[in-house]
Design a protein around this ligand. Structure first.
Ligand code: MN
Length: 287
């Protein structure tokens, strides 16, 4: 099942005809609009059969007529994996690296960081760059959406706690500020266009990932090159903090990260998950 959020935070399922079937009625109407996806994920095993049946006999509305939002507008938290591909470690340090001359560790050293959930946006938005003169990079990543509460989960049970997967951009300002600051700005965690449920994806450890800026490929890798794979990330993070339905894990980026500027268009395609396309703009000044 491919789930999205559209218009005024209604829930949708991509239909066989290529439209979007409205399944908002499958969550309690008392739930706040932006919390509907978390609620749907929490109640998924009860509602999934009937929901799938509804979507199967509905052609759905044309996608072009709808505003496609982030498929999980407000996760409880976004946990992210720093330097989880060796190819990315290599490009960050060394003589020609992003941080020249510095010794760069891997996830073994840095473990993880949290991005503000308010940084999440969807295909209806744009990446907005503040602080003119600073460097901002794209990082294309596989996003994991948690389905069942996970506390101290062993890696061999970890995938049972996954709801689905989504293309995710971990937009980053380079510099010496803490990661959580440099990566938590409004619009710095685009996800979408849809969450694809785990049963449709199969092995998250062997998906092709490709990111292009203005049509030029910048990043191209497979998730088989992850240093900590998805089960190990869930084991690590769930030992530190309880992972709840709708929480998102950003699994890290391969080599090829590079600067983005206002006017660029970033496109991240992940095998089985579809393509997330985001324009880049200058963040407006406020009085
Ligand atoms: Mn990242």
């Amino acid at each position: 099942v491919r789930l999205c959020v559209f218009d005024d935070w209604r829930l949708g399922v991509l239909t066989a005809a290529g439209g979007i079937s409205d399944v908002t009625a499958f969550v309690d109407p008392a739930v706040a609009p932006r919390a509907r996806m978390s609620e749907l994920i929490s109640t998924w095993t009860q509602v999934a059969p009937e929901l799938a049946g509804h979507a199967a006999v509905d052609a759905g509305r044309p996608i072009a007529d709808l505003v496609i939002r982030a498929p999980q507008p407000r996760p409880g938290k976004v946990i992210a994996a720093p330097v989880n591909y060796r190819s990315h470690q290599s490009e960050m340090g060394g003589d020609g690296g992003v941080y020249p001359g510095r010794s760069i560790g891997t996830i073994d050293t840095y473990a993880g960081f949290v991005k503000a959930s308010s940084s999440v946006v969807g295909p209806d938005a744009a990446i907005e760059l503040p602080f003119p003169g600073r460097r901002f990079d794209h990082e294309g990543e596989l996003g994991v959406v948690i389905g069942r509460t996970a506390t101290c989960v062993r890696r061999d049970h970890a995938l049972g706690h996954v709801f689905g997967y989504v293309p995710l951009l971990d937009v980053t300002m380079r510099g010496d500020e803490d990661r959580s600051f440099r990566k938590s700005f409004d619009t710095f965690t685009p996800i979408g266009p849809a969450i694809v449920t785990a049963d449709e994806v199969g092995d998250p450890g062997d998906l092709a990932l490709e990111l292009a800026v203005n049509g030029d490929t910048r990043q191209h890798a497979r998730t088989s090159a992850l240093i900590f794979d998805v089960p190990r990330l869930i084991e690590l993070y769930s030992e530190a903090m309880t992972l709840e339905p709708g929480d998102v894990i950003a699994t890290g980026t391969p080599d090829g990260v590079g600067p983005i500027e206002p006017g660029d268009v970033v496109a991240l395609r992940i095998e089985s998950l579809g393509e997330l396309v985001m324009p880049v703009r200058r963040r407006g000044r406020r009085v």
